[in-house]
Every structure is written in structure tokens, then in C-alpha cells.
Design a protein around this ligand. Structure first.
Ligand code: DX5
Ligand code: ZN
Length: 223
């Protein structure tokens, strides 16, 4: 996984939902391959977003890899629905699962990739027992719940210690929260393969495709 290509995963959380198809198409035209879908239930996190119905609608709009980041209590109840709706990757917070191993197994058994998410107030090492059962690690660099928050650099303090094990298990490492054209430079060359960007892609400064290209170039070249 260390040689894996670096990818920007735009989060639709900041998109203009009245022209979502157009905004997604703009990213695709610029070479976007992955889309990040932030599912929030107003319970695990204070904010409320969308469920499988919108994932299904987005699935009809694009062939992109869809990753569903479930910020919901009792995700086990809804995993089947999200995968049926078209999610290719399901990311869950360990504290929301009755049995983390069972949840990961269930996601994989349904043909999707399974990932765990670590919050800023949790240690990255909480995923260690599950390294053989997961495909992806999502490191939160903001407290989950809202787009447009400031990047928290300290969430990467534990990454060097865990990196060899992540590489041994070929786990894709992703970071989520506060990634923009300034902060992305500080998270390069640390074994992170995928960078979620919401407000830095979907904003009024430029088209989603233009913003995507800027970030993608920064991820690849560092400038
Ligand atoms: C926060 C979400 C993030 C968020 C990122 O709870 O998980 O994916 O949308 O948004 P920005 O890039 O604006 O911080
Ligand atoms: Zn997210």
C-alpha cells in the first residue's frame, strides 16, 4: 500500500445538493475516482445528513468509488442498506459497534471494503486488534459532525508507530477533516494515501473540478 497512488476523496457534505449531479460530474471530469459520503444521525454526532436513499441516487449518477462514513449509533442495523444502495466502502467508528470484528466481517461478506475510523480523542492503536480484518483506516483530523472545521495536527502523533503494521497489512490510510491547500502539505509523506476534502472542494471560490485538481496536484507534487 505504500506505493499506492494518492487520492483526494471529495466529501459531498459541503456540496450544493440542488445541483449535486453537476458538482459530482465536475469532479469526475477532473479525474476524481472516490467520493466520501458523510452519514450522520443526530445522535452519535449532533448533525443530521442523509441515509441510503441518497447513496442510491448518487450511485445512479456516477461510477466513482463510494465510501460511506457512518457517524451513526448502531451502524449494524443499516450496513446492508448502505451496501445495497451502492456503497463500495463502509467506514464505522469502533465505539458504535456491538462487536467490531463482527461488523467488519459483515461488511466484507456483503462484498464491500471495511474500514475503521479513529476520532481525535481516541488512540490510533485502538485499531491494532483488527488490522487483519480491515481494509482501510480513517483518521479524523476534526471532531466528527461538521464540515469546515480546523485541522488538528496532533491526531497524527501516533501514526509513525503504527505505520509499519498498517503497511504489513496493506491497509489504505485516509485522513478526514480540515484538509485544504495549506494543510494538505503537512500530511504528505506519512503513509497517508487518501485525503478527504469537503469545503476545500465544494465552495464558491472555484468549480469542484478546479478545486479538486489543485488539491490532487498538491498531494502528488507537494507544491
Ligand atoms: C466531519 C466529516 C468530514 C467533513 C470534512 O464529520 O467526516 O468528512 O465533511 O469536511 P471539511 O473538509 O470541510 O473539513
Ligand atoms: Zn467523513
Amino acid at each position: 500500500m505504500s506505493n499506492a497512488k494518492l487520492q483526494i476523496s471529495p466529501s459531498v457534505l459541503s456540496a450544493d445538493f440542488s445541483r449535486l449531479g453537476e458538482q459530482i460530474a465536475s469532479v469526475v471530469e477532473s479525474g476524481g475516482e472516490v467520493l466520501h459520503l458523510d452519514v450522520m444521525d443526530g445522535h452519535y454526532v449532533p448533525n443530521l445528513t442523509f441515509g441510503p436513499l441518497l447513496v442510491k441516487a448518487i450511485r445512479k449518477m456516477t461510477d466513482m468509488i463510494l465510501e460511506a462514513h457512518l457517524m451513526i449509533s448502531e451502524p449494524d442495523k443499516y450496513i446492508d442498506d448502505f451496501i445495497k444502495a451502492g456503497a463500495d466502502i463502509v467506514l464505522v467508528h469502533p465505539s458504535t459497534c456491538a462487536s467490531v470484528s463482527e461488523t467488519l466481517k459483515h461488511i466484507r461478506a456483503l462484498g464491500a471494503k471495511a474500514g475503521l475510523v479513529v476520532n481525535p480523542d481516541e488512540k490510533l492503536t485502538i485499531v491494532e486488534p483488527y488490522l487483519g480484518e480491515m481494509d482501510q483506516l480513517l483518521i479524523m483530523s476534526v471532531v466528527p459532525g461538521f464540515g469546515g472545521q480546523s485541522f488538528m495536527p496532533e491526531v497524527l502523533d501516533d501514526l509513525p508507530g503504527l505505520r509499519p503494521a498498517l503497511e504489513d497489512y496493506h491497509i489504505l490510510v485516509e485522513i478526514d477533516g480540515g484538509i485544504n491547500k495549506s494543510t494538505i502539505k503537512s500530511v504528505l509523506n506519512q503513509g497517508i494515501h487518501r485525503f478527504v476534502a469537503g469545503s476545500a472542494v465544494f465552495n464558491k471560490q472555484a468549480s469542484p473540478g478546479e478545486n479538486f485538481t489543485l488539491l490532487q496536484n498538491l498531494a502528488i507534487t507537494g507544491k
